[in-house]
Write a protein that binds this ligand. Structure first.
Ligand code: ZN
Length: 378
């Protein structure tokens, strides 16, 4: 469509190239069927109906005619995110549905991008720059392929509140396996040639694999479909682990590690979820990180080191809520003794199961920390 400067309104009976433009725009929006022969530049009744429909859904005055305002709205509606580069042009601000979409995404992610008005102004630029800086992208204020990819990767991760699909019966405890249909990927860190931290004969890699298998057994008994990212002799790359989880279309990704430090005093349990620490975070990931850590602390007596937002690739490249749990310090005498105890690892696995259950339960059925026990024992 051409210039949007003031124009003679088009309406029933109008003919000409401008009408052909309008019809093409309506067609691309799916509001008008294919042209009949000789009708392509004719403002006929289907055209008028389509214009009315368009005006109604866009909140314009509905008169079935195309004046300046409707013409502009039609031009803007053609653009979807990714069709063109978006940036701030103070002379001729870029307008379009793609801009609205970008603004909405930034606002959702917690960036102040101004009102989602479809006009790429200074505020949108500031919001976009902040997003680009936080995510390690080139901070040029231009929304191009790299920025779009980052926005898409965040697609499912940043959702408001708990997933809606949790709304099940409140009488979950009596209803048998509750995690049917849930796909959960458990990722034991390290593996194969990479042992992680070592304590005598025992390695972090072996301990987290044992823990992962215990979690797997408990989750599977509760009805979930569980995948581990590795076996004993494998050490997948970070990318392989995250791709695996994405391909499995997992609902939740749980990565397991243990810590060690030269200082013998360091001890306790920490959890990490996707977030920048400046308002942008995976709310589901944060909730699960919190639940899992608190369940562990309540059941094992280990020190609570808190939950922390991180932009690590492991958390960033997974499309589902993902959490890394650091389940104690192998360098601390008490933590180590606990972690080397198979029974205690069973307790940690039960803590993770309880956290998963609580994540997927309706809020009113959520039992207090440390108390939830799966009806059938594993
Ligand atoms: Zn590790």
């Amino acid at each position: 469509m051409g210039s949007e400067s003031s124009m003679e309104p088009l309406g029933p009976g109008s003919r000409g190239p401008a009408v052909a433009d309008v019809r093409a725009a309506l067609r691309s929006l799916g509001l008008l069927g294919p042209d009949a022969d000789g009708a392509e530049d004719h403002y006929d009744q289907p055209t008028e109906l389509a214009v009315r429909h368009f005006q109604q859904v866009r909140g314009l005055s509905v008169d079935g005619r195309v004046g300046t305002e409707t013409y502009r709205a039609l031009s803007e509606a053609r653009w979807s995110l990714g069709d063109r580069l978006l940036h701030h042009d103070p002379e001729r601000p870029i307008r379009g549905d793609d801009v609205t979409n970008l603004q909405e995404r930034l606002l959702e992610l917690g960036y102040d991008a101004g009102r989602a008005d479809g006009i790429f102004g200074r505020e949108t630029e500031v919001g976009l720059l902040a997003f680009q800086r936080d995510y390690g992208l080139t901070a040029d204020g231009t929304c191009g392929p790299g920025t779009l990819r980052a926005l898409r990767q965040l697609g499912r991760k940043v959702t408001g509140g708990r997933p809606q699909l949790l709304r099940q019966s409140a009488s979950f405890v009596d209803s048998g396996p509750h995690l049917i249909g849930r796909r959960i990927v458990v990722d034991p860190g390290h593996g194969g040639p990479d042992p992680g931290f070592t304590v005598g004969e025992t390695t972090e890699a072996d301990l987290v694999l044992d823990l992962a298998s215990r979690i797997e057994g408990r989750l599977a008994a509760a009805g979930a479909t569980v995948y581990l990212t590795r076996g004993r002799d494998q050490n997948p790359t970070l990318e392989e682990r995250t791709t695996f989880a994405n391909d499995a279309r997992a609902d939740l990704f749980i990565s397991l590690h243990m810590d060690a430090q030269s200082s013998q005093h360091a001890r306790g349990v920490a959890s990490y979820y996707y977030g920048t620490g400046s308002g942008t975070s995976s709310t589901v990931g944060e909730r699960f990180a919190d639940l899992a850590r608190r369940e562990m602390v309540a059941r094992t007596g280990m020190l609570d080191l808190g939950g922390h937002p991180k932009t690590w690739d492991l958390l960033r490249m997974t499309r589902m809520p993902s959490v890394r749990l650091d389940c104690g310090y192998l360098s601390h005498p008490v933590d180590r003794q606990l972690l080397l105890d198979a029974k205690l690892r069973g307790t940690v696995a039960s803590a993770v199961l309880a956290a998963v259950q609580r994540l997927f339960l309706p809020a009113d059925a959520d039992p207090p920390t440390g108390t939830f026990v799966l009806p059938q024992k594993v």
